[in-house]
Structure formats: structure tokens, C-alpha cells
Design a protein around this ligand. Structure first.
Ligand SMILES: NC(=O)c1ccc[n+]([C@@H]2O[C@H](COP(=O)([O-])OP(=O)(O)OC[C@H]3O[C@@H](n4cnc5c(N)ncnc54)[C@H](OP(=O)(O)O)[C@@H]3O)[C@@H](O)[C@H]2O)c1
Length: 245
């Protein structure tokens, strides 16, 4: 069994928010992180300095899964690198009322949130089969799948697709030791949610048991947990980390 010191994980959306926090935690426990976003950020560059050689970065736009994902596996994580984990975290949130639906924006969101995640999972599973690494896939969903939010039906639909995909993958690849799970965060105070008014925030917090936002650190810990051997018997699950929403 590989130790954390010899493990490789591919994480999308590492420039900020939950992806950056997840990368930080995994680097601190010895993993080598292959990080993807459209651009490097100061936060990511700090991780590169703290963990020389183990924080690797590739710029890719996941709205174009065909080109981006093939190129990523050809040049960034080639087959010679055994993958032990994939975290499908990058996402965009197209929030609006249904009556304002713009199909172009919807397609763009599904390309990033769903099609790229599927294309990345395909190549990650092939890598894991080749190296027999019994790896783990973790997909980042959203509490909006389980609790309706006005204006989030389109975004929630993309995350619901990811949850269904994950459950199917768990059945499909379990016999080869490959696991697939979702982490389901509640409202986190990141760039994605920065547009919400103070009033909307207060309303969302009131609906949680803890009366608070969900801490990225808790969600990142759940991702690490699902990647670890301690959860070798956990697959097909959606683990909610949502302040008790
Ligand atoms: N924030 C919340 O309240 C909340 C709640 C539930 C679930 N979630 C989920 O949690 C995950 C992390 O969200 P977050 O709040 O950390 O979001 P965030 O702060 O907006 O970060 C999103 C990350 O995804 C990357 N990304 C976005 N579009 C991309 C593209 N086309 N190609 C490549 N990378 C792209 C961004 O990097 P670049 O812009 O540099 O490309 C960034 O690193 C997402 O899956 C989100 O749906 C968030």
C-alpha cells in the first residue's frame, strides 16, 4: 500500500477557495499535488514555495473538456505517473431564475462542472487500472442538490448530475478497488459566494444547525478522509459537510 509520501493526486480548481485549502492539507500530509486552474494565484505560489517539487501546476480551461483534459493527461500527468486520487472541485455557479435561462451559460457551466469531471475521471480511472493503484475519486457537490434554493436550480442540476455519476462509478469500478464518493459542502465564504448580500447570508445561516457558514477547512478534511485508506470501505457515498443544513 502506498504511503502519503508516495501518493499523487490531481485536483481541479486549486487557485483559491476549497481547492486551494484541499491542496494545502494534502501537501502538508505528504501527497504530491497536481493542481489545475485557469491561472496560478498568489495562494498557490505560496504552496509551491513551501513544498518544492510537490505542488505542480498546469493551466487549463475546463470549459473545453475535449482539448483541456486530453492535453492535461498527455503533458501534465502522463501514464508514467501513478494517480492515487482525483478531486473534481473546479466549478462555476450560474445562478439565476429559470425564466432568465441563457443556454450558452448553462452549457458552459455543465462543461466545467460535469463534462470535464467525467472526462478527467475517465483518464484517472484508466491510469489507476494501469498502475493498479486502487485509487479514490472525490467529486465536490453542493447542498443545493438536497435543499432547494431559489435561483440555484440550474447549478444544483449540474451537481446532482455529478452525484449520480459518482454513484454509478462506484458500482462500475469497485471490483477493481477504485472508489468514488462526493463531498457535499454547505455555504462557504469563498469567491463563488461573494455576490450574496448580507441579508441572504444571514438567511442561509439561520437555516443551519450551527447558525454559520461551512468552513472550507472542514470540507477539505472530508476530502482528505475520503482519499485516505481509512475509508477503504467507503464508496458510492455523498458526505455532507454543511454546518447542519
Ligand atoms: N462556495 C460555496 O458556498 C459552495 C457551496 C457548495 C459547493 N461548492 C462547490 O465547492 C467547490 C469549490 O468552490 P469554491 O467556493 O472554492 O469556488 P471558487 O472560490 O470560485 O473557486 C473555484 C475554483 O475553480 C476554478 N475554475 C473555475 N472555472 C474553471 C475553468 N473553466 N477551468 C479551470 N478551473 C476553473 C477556479 O480557478 P480559476 O478561476 O483560476 O480558473 C477556482 O480555483 C465547487 O465545486 C463549488 O461548486 C461551493
Amino acid at each position: 500500500m502506498a504511503t502519503d509520501e508516495t501518493r499523487n493526486v490531481l485536483i481541479t480548481g486549486v487557485s483559491r477557495g476549497l481547492g486551494l485549502e484541499t491542496a494545502r492539507g494534502l501537501l502538508e500530509t505528504g501527497w504530491t499535488v497536481y493542481g489545475v486552474s485557469r491561472a496560478r494565484s498568489e495562494g498557490w505560489e505560496a504552496l509551491e514555495k513551501e513544498h518544492p517539487g510537490r505542488a505542480r501546476f498546469h493551466a487549463a480551461d475546463l470549459r473545453k473538456p475535449d482539448a483541456a483534459v486530453e492535453d492535461l493527461f498527455a503533458s501534465f500527468v502522463p501514464y508514467a505517473v501513478p494517480l492515487h486520487g482525483l478531486v473534481n472541485n473546479a466549478a462555476e455557479a450560474y445562478d439565476d431564475l429559470l425564466t432568465n435561462l441563457d443556454l450558452g451559460r448553462l452549457e458552459s457551466m455543465f462543461a466545467t462542472n460535469v463534462f470535464s469531471a467525467m472526462a478527467l475521471s475517465r483518464l484517472a480511472v484508466r491510469n489507476m487500472l494501469y498502475h493498479q493503484t486502487r485509487g479514490a475519486l472525490v467529486h465536490v457537490s453542493s447542498v443545493s442538490v438536497h435543499i432547494g434554493f431559489k435561483g440555484l436550480s440550474l447549478y444544483a442540476a449540474s451537481k446532482g448530475a455529478l452525484e449520480a455519476f459518482s454513484k454509478g462509478l462506484a458500482r462500475e469500478w469497485g471490483e477493481r478497488g477504485i472508489r468514488s464518493n462526493c463531498v457535499v459542502p454547505g455555504f462557504m465564504e469563498t469567491d463563488m459566494s461573494a455576490g450574496l448580500s448580507a441579508e441572504d447570508r444571514a438567511r442561509i445561516y439561520r437555516r443551519t444547525a450551527l447558525k454559520s457558514a461551512t468552513d472550507c477547512v472542514s470540507v477539505a478534511a472530508a476530502v482528505r478522509f475520503l482519499l485516505s485508506d481509512e475509508t477503504a470501505s467507503v464508496t458510492g457515498q455523498a458526505l455532507r459537510v454543511d454546518a447542519g443544513a
